[in-house]
Design a protein around this ligand. Structure first.
Ligand code: HPA
Length: 248
């Protein structure tokens, strides 16, 4: 099957794309196993768009247990070449407060113990893919253009720090990340971005800031209620943005 204009991976708080019409569900098997759930393929603005909930539609798969390889391979098998990753994050620096949408251009990987390459299998070719620009520059430009065409405010740039989770970070950990240059913190940005590059997929992140990270802004205790309320509010413009992006 070809002609999927865009694949979207939803993060915490984004478990479906309600705007999709004529949805068909695909239970895909890949050489890396099963993805997090069915891939929903439907029409948005007349274009075929695929959607996959990274943590499962019932949010039952923690960040370190997501089968990132299977998720991306499943989208590629269905014919997707462009992947927009929605990642719920905490904000570290001043411009990245709750409810901001951001399209980061850099990342730092603090995760450990996750399968982070396709080169795991005996006899597989060792790839040293270029990763200087971890998000595909042309797809980032398309995301920003789609956002501006539809009047959706998206911050251009920023550095995403990927942590192991599922617990949130200590104040000292976030202070270190700030010193390292991180603007955003989330738990799912890696190995997904690196695997997408190995698979030859265009990949960009749209980060949804759900809370101030520990010790930042006016952060008090971070609750799941706060996270989900801010994601819901910040996601209002997503159908428009995704629909515009799907136009190509
Ligand atoms: N830290 C890590 N991941 C997150 C956060 C956070 O503060 N908020 C939402 N995802």
């Amino acid at each position: 099957m070809g002609n999927i204009e865009l694949a979207v991976i939803g993060g915490t708080g984004v478990y479906k794309l309600a705007a999709l019409d004529d949805v068909q569900s695909h239970e895909v098997q890949t050489r890396y196993g099963a993805p997090s759930g069915p891939v929903r393929v439907g029409l948005l603005n007349g274009r075929r768009v695929a959607f996959l909930a990274r943590h499962g539609e019932g949010h039952s798969i923690p960040p370190h247990k997501v089968n990132y390889r299977a998720n991306l391979a499943a989208l590629k098998q269905l014919g997707a070449a462009r992947v927009l990753a929605l990642n719920t994050v905490g904000g570290i620096t001043d411009d990245f407060g709750p409810r901001v949408l951001a399209c980061p251009d850099q990342l730092i990987d603090y995760t450990w113990g996750r399968i982070s390459t396709l080169c795991e299998e005996e006899g597989s070719e060792v790839l040293h893919v270029d990763f200087g620009h971890p998000y595909t520059p042309s797809l980032r430009a398309q995301v920003l253009a789609a956002a501006s065409a539809r009047g959706v405010a998206v911050r251009d740039g920023g550095c995403y720090g990927a942590t192991q989770g599922p617990r949130l970070e200590t104040i000292a950990e976030i202070a270190r990340m700030r010193r390292d240059g991180c603007d955003l913190v989330g738990m799912t940005g890696m190995p997904e971005a690196g695997l997408a590059r190995e698979l030859g997929l265009d990949y960009a992140c749209l980060a949804i800031v759900a809370n101030w990270a520990a010790g930042c802004g006016d952060a008090a205790e971070i609750t799941m209620d706060e996270v989900l309320a801010n994601v819901a509010a910040a996601s209002a413009g997503l159908p428009d943005l995704v629909g515009e992006l799907a136009r190509g």
